[in-house]
Design a protein around this ligand. Structure first.
Ligand code: ING
Length: 307
């Protein structure tokens, strides 16, 4: 009996500063209902899916940014999403900014099962960008000011009849992300992202954003024999053009579905989880072929060491 999950990647177009959470939740509900007509079991929403990508502005007093964070999940404004998903029998993955009771700030994703229960919470490990104001930039990418890096690492949970993991945006660029989950038998990795086209430190990468986005998720999927669901918040958000190209990638590394627009757009695929074993049981049989005894530098070093 094959294990198939019908997955919806629910890409969002821009969320402008003046868009309220209520308005955004209505957009999420529309995508959820579309997913229901496509018989989806699971819908994946982007990173920071409830608000505009606020790290593009640097606020000297960080508490002036508190309103961009969620202090409860669900909260009265997001409860309708939980209620509708449960009614439709669809699980979902949602990215948001988390402000904890003890004042800690994380870039967070949760995984909600079909019965409405929150089965997992992931907090972003790799925080890109900068931590101080850089006024010469055309826009800030001050994630290292607004979010602390998680020390919890990458988990894999039993959900939707599969081994399911999560990563957020910049995490997808680091091979360790996929391998740590691969070593836990992950079969599907859910990833939201907000990726500006313009990369201030090296504008030569701008034209390659789409290529790099696909490159890292196809590689990670193939090298770990896992499905990867990458979901963008794209389009021109507060004047910043951001990548769309949400995609569903098979364990073979093949892109089986890809978004056409940079707006709200649902793409779906029937994901056969037993496809994973075609790779993890042969070419990438970790227990047979990996050589951790010679990989020591990967965990003992942060940066380059020239001996
Ligand atoms: N965004 C980016 C990402 O890794 C970035 C950081 C921006 C990289 C622009 C390259 C170009 O996709 C987040 N939110 O991590």
């Amino acid at each position: 009996m094959s294990r198939v999950i019908t997955v919806g990647a629910a890409q969002l177009g821009p969320i402008q500063k003046e868009h309220t959470r209520e308005e955004v939740v209505q957009r999420l509900l529309a995508l959820l209902r579309q997913a229901h007509t496509s018989n989806c079991d699971l819908v994946v929403f982007p990173e920071l899916a409830l608000t505009t990508f606020f790290p593009r502005w640097f606020l000297d007093n960080i508490t002036d940014a508190d309103h961009w964070y969620e202090t409860a999940m669900p909260s009265p404004v997001t409860q309708p999403l939980f209620d509708e998903a449960k009614k439709l029998g669809i699980g979902f993955c949602l990215g948001y900014a988390e402000l904890t009771d003890d004042g800690r700030r994380f870039n967070t994703q949760i995984l909600v099962e079909k019965d409405g229960s929150v089965v997992a919470k992931y907090r972003k490990v790799h925080i890109p960008g900068h931590e101080t104001n850089e006024p010469d930039r055309p826009f800030q990418h001050a994630e290292r000011y607004y979010f602390e890096p998680s020390m919890e690492g990458f988990g894999v949970w039993n959900a939707f009849g599969s081994r399911m993991g999560m990563m957020i945006c910049n995490d997808r660029r680091w091979p360790e992300t996929y391998r740590v989950m691969g070593l836990q038998g992950v079969e599907m990795i859910l990833c939201g992202y907000n990726t500006p086209i313009h990369y201030v430190p090296d504008p030569s990468q701008d034209i390659l954003q789409g290529f790099h986005n696909a490159l890292v998720m196809q590689s990670g999927a193939y090298q770990n024999g896992t499905w990867v669901i990458g979901v963008a918040k794209g389009g021109v958000e507060e004047g910043v053009d951001s990548l769309g190209q949400s995609m569903i990638v098979a364990p073979s590394g093949q892109i089986v579905a890809q978004a056409f627009t940079t707006d709200d757009e649902l793409i779906t695929a029937r994901c056969d989880l037993d496809w994973c074993r075609r790779y993890t049981g042969t070419l990438f049989d970790f227990d047979k072929y990996r050589r951790p005894e010679v990989y020591g530098r990967i965990t003992s070093q942060r940066g380059v060491v020239i001996d």
